[in-house]
Design a protein around this ligand. Structure first.
Ligand code: SF4
Length: 232
């Protein structure tokens, strides 16, 4: 595929024409944080945590593909603070008390907050009051940790190719719901996939609990945003 030149914070890089901007930056060792975008899957554009400036305009990097001579601003102090504010808003809208969360160490939201050096949110907590959904045979939905990223509703399919997560209600009452008839048929592998797909601790497994020791969890092993040389 044809390679094109582009700039990130004034430095020139090359990547394939038409590549997603998050991937084009990663290919060149520059981390752009994101919570909804998942490598190899269509862009969802829901979380806006990957906000950068493209040719002077603030845009979500995951929604754009690379063209010749793009000028990207990624790590200016203003943009870093804007992205951090978005993550803080996600924290205050839900119940993300990391030390008590079964997804701790494997949670993308927690990992991104660490990478941004978030200590405390600048906004007031809303203490969301949703009831936890235990009706599934295997899956628990902790609605108070859901950031409505759409990964589960748009990217997850069961072994027969059916989407089993969907949204119900509207506005502040919007919640993820699950097809209980299909949920009870999910294989252990599919259940793990659903839990892992969620960037927060909103999708949990019955009887799962804290199943990995501190030090062995995904982001204990490699903090998010650390791109080893040669990984593309
Ligand atoms: S349950 Fe998880 S994956 Fe699904 S929308 Fe909520 S945060 Fe995203």
């Amino acid at each position: 595929m044809k390679e094109v030149s582009f700039k990130i914070d004034g430095k020139t890089y090359k990547a394939p024409l038409g590549e997603n901007l998050i991937m084009a930056a990663k290919r060149n060792g520059v981390y752009i944080p994101t919570l909804c975008y998942l490598e190899g899957h269509p862009c969802l554009g829901t979380c806006r945590v990957c906000t950068i400036r493209v040719n002077g305009r603030s845009m979500a990097a995951c929604t754009l593909t690379l063209t010749e001579n793009m000028q990207l601003e990624v790590n200016t102090s203003e943009l870093q603070d804007m992205r951090k504010a978005i993550v803080e808003l996600i924290f205050v809208e839900g119940n993300h008390f990391c030390p008590a969360c079964e997804k701790g160490g494997d949670c993308q939201l927690q990992a991104v907050a660490y990478a941004m050096d978030m200590r405390v949110a600048r906004f007031h907590y809303s203490f969301s009051p949703y009831r936890i959904h235990y009706e599934g045979k295997n899956i628990i939905l902790e609605h108070n940790r859901c950031m409505h990223c759409k990964r589960c509703t748009n990217l997850f399919q069961d072994d027969q190719g059916y989407k089993i997560f969907s949204f119900i209600n509207r506005g502040s009452k919007t919640r993820v719901m699950i097809d209980l008839d299909r949920e009870k048929l999910l294989s252990a592998e599919k259940l793990r996939e659903a839990k892992q797909l969620c960037p927060t601790g909103a999708i949990l497994l019955q009887g799962g609990g804290f199943d990995r020791a501190i030090g062995t969890r995904q982001y204990d092993q490699r903090p998010i945003g650390v791109i080893p040389k040669g990984e593309k």
